[in-house]
Ligand binder design. Sequence first.
Ligand code: ADP
Ligand code: MG
Length: 344
Amino acid sequence: MSEQRTELEKLGEFGLIEHLTQNFKNENKHTVYGIGDDAAVLSLSDKEVQLVSTDMLIEGVHFNLMYMPLKHLGYKAVATNISDICAMNGVAEQITVSIAVSNRFPVEALEELYDGIHTACKFYKVDLIGGDTSSSLSGLTISITVIGRANKDEVTYRSGAKEHDLLVVSGDLGAAYVGLQVLEREKEVYNANPNIQPDLDGHDYIIERQLKPEARVDVVRFLKELDVTPSSMIDISDGLASEVLHICKSSKVGCHIYDEKLPIDGQTSMTAIDFSLDPNTCAMNGGEDYELLFTISQSDYDKIKGNPHMTVIGHITNEKDGQYYIDKNGAAIELLAQGWDTMK
Ligand code: ADP
Ligand code: MG
């Protein structure tokens, strides 16, 4: 190591990954695609590919056990990994689970965690096939690797969006972030006075979106049934703005996203306003929605038109036209890459 010291903030999460991995070249002919998408793609047969993705969750960074029950945490850890396989238009089949735990946790706590993992395995029909267990000096860390499968000609990369394609999002956005605001507020109230019961009334949907997100395996299935193969796809873990920029960068294209088209649930909007937050900002930058963002050719529009699970939010433009958010007054605001502080 040289004497030089560069702060992590200078590179940011994605800059750091690029910097650390730039000298690696794939040597194996079965490695179809390595770093840079939601999952790696490995050749399996003439017709199918294997998909592999890993995610790590750290106590205090990604979850807070004060309001995240361990059972939910186990479920969420599996669902969010499966979401990365959905983003490749594939089906998850196996997971490995590795945990590092401090002696703060009794066996019963880990049973709760594994109860959630088990529930998710049953729901998503994936097999737990291994993992690793270690002690930790403080807190809990969970790392999950998911393995999936897709048809070779249906794999969706971040890089396939073309000018004039439509930008589509599944479900609704911003709910998980606003749900987190409610949980944080109730945590503060509890800290100030543990005798006060948390007031979560009227927030059931947004809290569920934060504590028990689902991978959109149904949307992958709907797309197949509708005979639509997206030209590109990504899952929304960090917020719509950040994910659309990933698609634009990988596909070398620009985009227009329309403010008035963003799908936002009524409970999300109302609660956001209670917190003096702009619902659209929550949808653009909130994160943890685990919806799918994809592009389709205009010729496929009729197949998804009116579908309650899919909303067209904009379109793809030429790279030199840039990436823009069009507000209610028609003003174009440049989409900006997110900084280190949103690293998840
Ligand atoms: P996602 O948000 O879909 O989980 P990430 O943003 O975490 O994806 O990662 C982007 C890409 O970088 C993925 O291909 C991932 O496998 C890869 N990656 C992330 N961290 C590392 C690392 N430390 N070393 C090598 N590759 C990494
Ligand atoms: Mg992803």
